[in-house]
Ligand binder design. Structure first.
Ligand SMILES: [Zn+2]
Length: 432
């Protein structure tokens, strides 16, 4: 399903407010029950304003004797997203000021957008740019700016609690795949599988939106939901051949950060994590920002040490095609997201029914420190933190072990009646 959807939608002209974006979103809404929110052009969203709808009807670059060098009909990246219209004969020098190329890939067309800084522009390969030797060229860019509606798709999985975990992906990168359709496909597949399962404890909201302005539009129109947002995960770049990277939120000690980071440790041994903004900045910025402050992490596949410039080779170029992704990697990422959600659901305070050290051999759970010194020490270290003030993730973080390693032990304790799980702290030791 994920790869089929990507093949169907990737080449659409999915600019932030555009017919192509809407077409992709409506198609996705056929896959899962989705509410589509609309925000009209000009509407104020905190310090931002919803931009116009943008359409490019035709655009090309020709020699003066009519030889066509660049044609928007061949590739949506040939025109700067939100380019002003322009028609005329320009000198080679002026043309080059408006002709963008990729900084690293000479054969690729770059992805260039100027949503708020209005200018006209075309994009081409470095190879084509280098071949331009004439004195003058003809440029035709027929674009239209008009009132429209920015769209945000929302899939809600109601939980027992109103406390909400947000999952966000953006859809506004025309004719590119890994950034950003893979995050959309993985999040919708995860939503579908969650919807097919038992009711979760937390409520989950999945948002599909145009980057930055879509998050600002949604948050500014749903301020009443913000206090219930207890964590989140942004998803993109999940099809390429790079290791998973978990980027922390602005609050690295939050339960969301502790839980996801300790859980991922044993789920994918290639995965690494990094601080906020240092792997790849995206929509999680709007959720972590002042006045919102949701601890939202992000999951992507990014080469280690890539920050700041190159998350993966084909990034923001016409080479970001279905060829660089695989169904197998999408499936692995989807399963990883679901396992992280499972850990999040399980992350409760561990409350002791016991006082003092547990008589482990009496309960049949003693580990011989002669034959298994590590296991024995870990059992004690976990047991002494079961005090109604530590969550599973807190214990895992303190001990620098995986969420699952703690879970396996406290689950046995729970079956033996030694502990119980609480959504809120339940301190059992005297306050001093
Ligand atoms: Zn991008």
């Amino acid at each position: 399903m994920m790869l089929n959807l990507i093949n169907e939608l990737w080449f659409l002209k999915r600019d932030i407010v555009s017919d192509g974006f809407d077409q992709a979103l409506y198609r996705l809404a056929e896959e899962v029950p989705m509410t589509i929110h609309e925000y009209p052009t000009g509407e104020l969203c905190w310090t931002w304003r919803i931009p116009e709808k943008w359409t490019c009807h035709e655009a090309y670059l020709e020699t003066l004797d009519g030889k066509r060098l660049i044609d928007y009909a061949n590739h949506p990246l040939h025109v700067v997203s939100y380019s002003l219209p322009f028609e005329g004969v320009v000198s080679r020098e002026e043309l080059l000021r408006h002709l963008h190329v990729h900084p690293r890939l000479p054969e690729a067309i770059p992805f260039v957008f100027k949503y708020y800084e209005r200018d006209w522009g075309l994009c081409a390969s470095q190879i084509l740019r280098d071949s331009l030797q004439d004195e003058a060229y003809r440029v035709v860019i027929k674009t239209i700016f008009e009132p429209g509606k920015l769209k945000v798709g929302e899939v809600v999985i109601p939980g027992e609690s109103r406390q909400t975990f947000m999952l966000v992906a953006h859809l506004c990168h025309p004719a590119m795949v890994n950034d950003d359709l893979t995050g959309v496909a993985v999040s919708l597949e995860a939503a579908r599988r969650l919807l097919a399962g038992a009711q979760p404890y937390f409520t989950y909201r999945f948002l599909i939106l145009p980057e930055t302005i879509g998050s600002v539009a949604y948050l500014s129109h749903n301020e009443h939901l913000i206090p219930d947002m207890v964590g989140g995960l942004f998803l993109e770049m999940l099809g390429n051949d790079s290791p998973h990277a978990l980027q922390h939120s602005l609050q690295p000690n939050s339960q969301a950060d502790r839980c996801l980071a300790s859980a991922i440790r044993s789920l994918d041994n290639q995965c690494y994590s990094g601080p906020y903004r240092k792997i790849i900045p995206n929509d999680e910025r709007q959720f972590n920002a002042p006045g919102v402050r949701v601890p939202m992490l992000s999951l992507s596949r990014v080469e280690k040490m890539a920050y700041p410039p190159i998350p993966y080779r084909e990034y923001h170029s016409s080479l970001d095609t279905p060829e660089i992704i695989s169904q197998e990697r999408l499936e692995k990422s989807c399963q990883l997201v679901l396992k992280l959600i499972q850990a999040w659901e399980r992350n409760q305070y561990v409350v002791n029914n016991f006082k003092g050290e547990v008589f482990l051999s009496g309960y049949g759970i003693w580990i011989d420190y002669h034959t298994n010194p590590e296991g024995s020490l870990r059992l004690f270290e976990i047991m002494e933190r079961c005090d109604g003030e530590h969550t599973v993730a807190d214990i895992a973080t303190e001990l620098a072990i995986s969420f699952q390693a703690v879970w396996e032990v406290v689950e046995i304790f729970e079956k033996k009646g030694l502990v119980w799980f609480s959504r809120i702290p339940q301190p059992t030791s005297p306050r001093r």
